[in-house]
Design a protein around this ligand. Structure first.
Ligand code: FAD
Length: 409
């Protein structure tokens, strides 16, 4: 019996990262025991469709699953669903479930994700004031949407905008309240914000910027949202989409280093050498940037799951990928690669009025970020340029007669 056969990996959090970690472990030949613990009652599933195709009814519940049920049986993965891991005993090296069961580990992977942030205002307790993180949340929201229903969305971020697009497609009236002076202020450039605002308005979404929210009013249910300027917006439902908080309390309780997430090294190892953390809960020094970053995206969580599975199986990890993200709204495909640190030049290629353009951000003659709207070739070329750090002139990036694939080659 080799060493690995006697080892035990326990993964806490059966979401996207946890589901991928157990699959990569087996794919990379791990022969020891694997236990996956998740408080949700469903098999690991993809969250991105919850605000898009699933909410529109275009994908079934089974279609969301990362792997079919048979996979976990065939791969001998011990699943504990519908149960929380309550604490970790780092001395004894076991996780303790709410049922009292103790599960020993040699390697523990924390993939506990993040939970939706709420607002500290009166009225958030009404059942028609919702957040979106899980399938159960999405089922709740789907029940509240329909022709003529008035939906107020608090927060003009990705989740808010994707839900606005879906709600319009389902015939709801939508108002988005945004605290900042433009959409996606922290994560998108001004040209992209302006384009998205125009596009949504063209589809009938109303926006209010610099909006302060005082309270959600109603008797047994939310009936209106009261703004700080005294305006009262009537509603049938409210969706609060104001970001997510990393679910790190169990890690904090055992003294792992945390700061807006669990701090890990480039291999996703925490301050305890037997414990890894990945996905939305992990804050990591990104190999391509000299900063610790907590990235909430599927590609990032996939890269980290692969990295941990490589470390545990002693396999050479794949090279770091340029971080990227996507969002679908109506028939728009938004793809973003890189992070806009130290930008000294911004170039728009194409025309926003055609709903097909890309915004490149440069630092000292290198592309550091690309935001592409309905422009996959620009996205792929931009991502390649970011990874290669090949110098490129803004004139060439702008010039539609020059092929970006050639420029990036
Ligand atoms: P999660 O998938 O959230 O999984 C964490 C799991 O851990 C959860 O099931 C939670 O219940 C469980 N858990 C927590 N604590 C415990 C405990 N103590 N015991 C047991 N279980 C526990 N990313 C993109 O790249 N593109 C998109 O278009 C996109 N759209 C999105 C749309 C929505 C509506 C949402 C919510 C997210 C979207 N994301 C998107 C982000 C992406 O889904 C996340 O980055 C990804 O799910 C992170 O995976 P994770 O494993 O870290 O966390």
């Amino acid at each position: 019996m080799n060493q690995q056969n006697r080892e035990r990996v326990v993964v806490i959090g059966a979401g996207h990262g946890g589901g991928l970690t157990v699959a990569f472990l087996r794919q990379f030949g791990y022969t020891g025991e694997i236990t996956l613990i998740g408080e949700e009652t469903v098999l690991p599933y993809q969250r991105p469709p919850l605000s898009k195709a699933w909410l529109k009814g275009e994908v079934s519940k089974e279609g969301l699953a990362l792997r079919p049920p048979a996979f976990y049986v065939e791969q001998n993965i011990d699943l504990h669903l519908g149960v929380r891991a309550e604490r970790i005993d780092v001395e004894a090296r076991h996780a303790v479930l709410t049922s009292g069961q103790e599960i020993p580990y040699d390697h523990l992977v924390l993939a506990t994700g993040a939970h939706a942030r709420t607002l500290p205002i009166p009225g958030v307790q009404f059942t028609n004031v919702m957040t979106l993180r899980t399938l159960v949340d999405a089922e709740h929201i789907r029940g509240a949407l329909g022709p003529g229903k008035k939906l107020v969305i608090i927060g003009g971020g990705y989740v808010g905008l994707e839900c606005a697009a879906t709600a319009r497609a389902l015939g709801a009236e939508v108002t988005v309240l945004e605290r900042a002076s433009r959409l996606l202020e922290r994560v998108a450039s001004a040209p992209v914000s302006a384009f998205l605002q125009d596009f949504h308005e063209g589809k009938g979404v109303a926006f209010r910027f610099n909006a302060g929210i005082e309270a959600i009013l109603g008797n047994t249910q939310a009936e209106s949202v009261l703004l700080s300027d005294g305006t009262q917006l009537s509603c049938d439902a409210v969706l609060v989409g104001v970001g997510a908080i990393p679910t790190a309390s169990m890690a904090q309780a055992i003294g792992l280093r945390c700061d807006d997430g669990i701090l890990v090294d480039a291999d996703c190892r925490t301050s305890d050498p037997h414990i890894f953390a990945i996905g939305d809960v992990a804050k990591r020094p990104h190999p391509l940037y000299e900063r610790e970053l907590r990235l909430e995206s599927v590609p990032s969580c996939m890269e980290q799951a692969k990295r941990v599975a490589s470390c545990i199986t002693g396999r050479e990890p794949a090279a770091a990928e340029v971080p990227w993200f996507w969002s679908d709204q109506y028939d728009l495909k938004l793809q973003i690669a890189g992070l806009p640190f130290d930008v000294d030049e911004t170039v728009v290629r194409g025309h926003p009025e055609d709903a097909k353009f890309a915004v490149f951000h440069l630092c000292a003659g290198h592309v550091v970020t690309v935001e592409a709207i309905n422009a996959p070739p620009e996205f792929f070329a931009g991502k390649k340029l970011i990874g290669s750090r090949k110098a490129v002139s803004s004139e060439k990036l702008k010039d539609l007669t020059i092929s970006l694939a050639d420029l990036a080659a």
